[in-house]
Design a protein around this ligand. Structure first.
Ligand code: ATP
Length: 233
């Protein structure tokens, strides 16, 4: 598998996401499950990779270690050259906010905020400073005309679009997407994943999308399958 690298100050940095030999055991005693079993995966900037597999295969665990939410028991996870295992808890939280975008099943928007405010909040929380105009990003996802709409006034597909725009506010290196089409009909599922592909390619983001929806896989650059904590590419 080829990996894109860049030279900085004499050292070689791997861009995008690099997971090397990650193992993660969950539960304890006789109930211990090997959620990740020696998983290695490299995703380059501008690449949309789908992760498929049966329930319990380890897909959420993969997103959790890639997103610095869980430390693997062994192995190494790097995002844009930064080894997540060396970061303190606080540094990890900061790194997540500044470098990693998350998109969840239902959009996970804040009910009281309109579309523009959802994006403005992330901009403020990330301490990005300066004036922020949410319109270009919302226009990019086809939601420029619903700036003032709250989640309750939007369809499932529209909420998902706002969720994608919100995840892109910080210009993340890595976008982690969990079942984005679970609540959507066939056409909206196609639209949302097509949008993810466009934004991934346009912004040079490394995107990992967990999905059970095989109808959307043709939008992805690569599909990897997980079974029993292992990647079967
Ligand atoms: N907190 C936990 N304690 C113990 N075992 C766990 C825990 N969370 C997950 N597991 C187990 O780890 C394995 C991987 O779970 P994971 O949630 O990563 O799978 P998944 O592929 O995302 O499943 P699904 O498609 O159903 O969401 C499963 O066997 C699961 O039962």
């Amino acid at each position: 598998m080829s990996t894109q690298t860049s030279k900085t100050a004499g050292s070689v940095r791997t861009r995008g996401l690099l997971i090397e030999n990650a193992c993660l055991a969950l539960g304890d005693g006789a109930g211990t499950v090997q959620a990740l079993d020696n998983v290695s995966l490299s995703i380059q900037p501008g690449e949309l990779v789908a992760v498929v597999g049966p329930s319990g295969a380890g897909k959420s665990s993969l997103l959790a270690v890639a997103g610095a939410l869980t430390n693997p028991g062994s192995g190494r996870v790097s995002v844009n050259g930064a080894n997540l295992g060396t970061l303190s808890k606080a540094a990890k939280a900061r790194f997540r906010l500044e470098n990693i975008g998350f998109v969840f099943q239902s959009g996970n928007l804040i009910p009281a905020l309109n579309a523009a405010e959802q994006l403005e909040l992330v901009h403020r929380m990330a301490g990005m400073g300066g004036r922020f105009d949410p319109l270009p990003l919302l226009e990019a996802v086809g939601m420029g005309h619903k700036l003032k709409s709250r989640p309750g006034q939007l369809s499932g597909g529209e909420r998902q679009r706002v969720g994608i725009a919100r995840a892109l506010v910080t210009k993340p290196t890595l976008l982690l997407v969990d079942e984005p089409t679970a609540a959507l009909d066939r056409q909206r599922s196609q639209d949302v994943v097509e949008l993810l592909a466009r934004e991934t390619h346009g912004h040079g983001v490394a995107t990992v999308m967990v999905t059970h929806d095989h109808d959307v896989l043709h939008h992805c650059d690569r599909v990897v399958a997980m079974v029993d904590g292992r990647l079967a590419c």
